[in-house]
Design a protein around this ligand. Structure first.
Ligand code: UDP
Ligand code: MG
Length: 321
């Protein structure tokens, strides 16, 4: 491709000042050995340690180094988003700053994108050096993500080490905590040549993990649900809510006919007519008709919102001639 630089390395970091010099030196070594033109973009996600001073120091000595400094800690996804926006290279590589991901993987990742034609290649930490409390839930998480996203060949969605064709990162929006699902975001945007490479992983050398605790799994699953829903019905909410609402309303309507029928036939045959509230169908009808109307309205409101949303006509156009 033209005279574009070959590789942008995008590194989100939060309090990793001890790792940065070593990481930088290692990346430079790999780039020099392979003669890659490159840039390194550090996104300082509101670190409270010396990380920014280290980045400033590196940038002053090396024009390949760029830094973005957040005023406060926003999270890994916003950091990646801003790194992606700034990236200029033909291939964009993301990696964690904690030295758990090895820069030695870069040449092969680059080759897979440029020569094998992948849009995205995700690292796979087959042998992980993390505590069991992390690795076991992660297995479950990946199994679910594989099913829901329809990307059956990925074992490690959340691996920090990934390579992208530059179009991919310019056309996806990583927000909230969606960095866990970037392959799914890419697939939804139409980039479906998604590959995987087994990568070396190391135990954390300095500092400790920024993603502890259990609630990240709850949030992770909720995010997966919203992605699935957005992708399936985001542009046509009426199709799901309107459909369910109509069915429910119909069931409720039939039930009320049954209740009315029982009452009328009792009156006509001069037997003592039961109260409508004695019949279970009365309650079924009541709930169904109310729920049905609510669902229908939710669909209608959703439709109005999506019709007015700024992104309603954002379609992925690959080429125009
Ligand atoms: N990170 C970040 N912002 C945050 C949390 C983490 O930029 O709010 C960075 C962190 O500095 C590291 C990467 O995201 O470079 C992965 O974090 P970590 O190593 O703690 O995650 P783990 O490897 O334990 O999953
Ligand atoms: Mg880590």
């Amino acid at each position: 491709m033209e005279n574009r630089i070959q590789i942008s390395v995008v590194i989100p970091l939060y309090n990793e000042d001890e790792s940065l010099p070593e990481l930088y030196a290692w990346i430079k070594r790999v780039m020099a050995e392979n003669h890659f033109t490159h840039e390194i973009i550090f996104i300082n996600d509101g670190s409270t340690d010396r990380s920014w001073a280290v980045i400033e120091d590196l940038a002053s000595k090396d024009s390949c180094v760029h830094g973005i400094k957040f005023r406060r800690n926003y999270g890994k996804s916003p950091a990646l988003f801003c790194g992606f926006r700034a990236a200029q290279g033909q291939v964009v590589i993301t990696m964690d700053a904690d030295l758990q991901d090895s820069p030695d993987e870069i040449p092969e990742l680059y080759r897979m994108i440029t020569e094998e034609g992948f849009d995205l290649v995700s690292g796979y930490k087959q042998k992980r050096y993390d505590p069991l409390s992390k690795t076991i839930p992660t297995k479950l998480f990946n199994a679910t993500a594989r099913k829901v996203s329809g990307i059956p060949n990925l074992h490690d969605f959340n691996c920090g080490l990934k390579a992208y064709r530059v179009d991919v990162v310019k056309n996806i929006e990583v927000y909230g905590e969606m960095h866990r699902y970037i392959p799914y975001l890419a697939k939804n945007a139409g980039f479906d040549r998604i590959g995987e490479k087994v990568v070396h992983h190391q135990a954390r050398k300095f500092g400790k993990t920024k993603f502890g605790g259990l609630n990240r799994f709850v949030n992770g699953y909720l995010d997966l649900l919203s992605l699935w829903f957005l992708n399936s019905f985001g542009l046509k909410p009426m199709h799901v809510f309107g459909f369910l609402g109509t069915i429910m309303f119909f069931v409720g309507f039939v039930a009320i006919l049954v209740v009315g029928g029982i009452k009328l036939s009792a009156i006509w045959s001069h037997t003592p007519a039961p109260l409508v509230t004695d019949s279970p169908y009365f309650y079924i009808s009541l709930t169904m008709m109310i729920l049905g109307t609510q669902l229908f309205l939710a669909g209608f409101l959703g439709e109005l919102i999506s019709r007015n949303s700024a992104g309603r006509n954002d379609y992925q156009i690959e080429k125009e001639i």
